[in-house]
Design a protein around this ligand. Sequence first.
Ligand code: AHR
Length: 321
Amino acid sequence: MNKKIVALLSVAAVASTMAVNVSAEEDLITVGYAQVGAESDWRTANTESFKSTFTEENGYKLIFDDAQQKQENQIKAIRNFIQQDVDYIVVAPVVETGWETVLQEAKDAGIPVILSDRMMDVADDSLYTCWVGGNFVKEGETCANWLVDKFGDEEEVNVVTIQGTIGASAQIGRTEGVDNVLKDHANFKILDQQSGEFTQAKGQEVMESFLKSYDDIDVVICENDNEAFGAIDAIKAAGKTCGPEGDICVVSFDSVKAAFEAMIAGDLNATFECNPLHGPRVAEIIQKLEAGEEVDKIQYVDEGAFDTTMDLEAILAERLY
Ligand code: AHR
C-alpha cells in the first residue's frame, strides 16, 4: 500500500474512533451530585456509593462536588450543574432551609432535582422530584427507647447530647426523636446539648467542655459515630471510663464499621443505623424517570440498631460500610 493511502486510512480510523467516543459520551446520563462534605465515615461511604454507582460503565457521567459543609458552596455547585445543563441534580443538603431560589432556577432549566440523605424544608414540594434517605426521627426514638430499656423509670439519668450540624435534618430529626420518647420519662434529665458538627474533633471538644461543667454525666448521646469516637477520647483523657462496664454510657448513630470496633473494644454501648448506600437507590429512581415512570416522593431506607449484646464480630465481618 502506498504511504498516502496508509496515512488516509489512519486518519479515517482515528476520526471514526473519535466519533464513537463522542457518541458514547453523548449517550451517558449526566448527574451532578452536590455532596455535604467529608466530615464523617458515613459521608465517605455515601460518596463512595455514588462514585461506584454512577460510572461510565453503568451509563453515567458523574460531576461530584464536595461543599465542605457549607450551604453557599452547595448553592454554587447547583448553579454550575445548571450551567453545564446536566440531566439530573442530586443534593444532600447541609441544612434544611434556604433552597427555594436555586431550586426554582433548576426547575426553570427543566432539570429534575433528587434529594438524598437530608431533607429540604420548602413550601412548594414540586421544586424537587423526590427524596431518599434515613428516617432520622425514628432513629432518635429507637435510641431513646434503648436508653429507657437500659435504665428504667426509677433511677435518675443525667444526659448530655452532642448534636450534629444545627439545622441539618439528621440533627433535627434525631434530637426530636429522642425528645419524643424521653419527655415521658421524667427520670431522664437533659443537662446540656451542643453541636459537634458531625466531626470527631468537634465531638471531642464538646465532650471535654461537658466534662468540665458536669461531674455527674450518665449518658452521652452523640448524633453520629464520629462524634462518639471524639467523646470516648475525651472521657478517657479525663480519667473516666465508658461503654457497658464504664462510668458513662455512650450511644451514637450511623453504625459504621469503626463503631462496631468501638463496641467490641468496650467503649461504645450502642449505635443506631443510618444507611449511607444511596447510590443504587438514586440510580433506580433515575432509571424510572428515564422510562417515564412515576416515583414515590418520599423513600425511606431500612435501618437497624446494634448493641454489645449482639455477635458484633460476625456482623462486622459482613458490614459494607
Ligand atoms: O445526614 C447523615 C449524617 O451526616 C450522618 O449521621 C453523619 O455521619 C453525616 O455527617
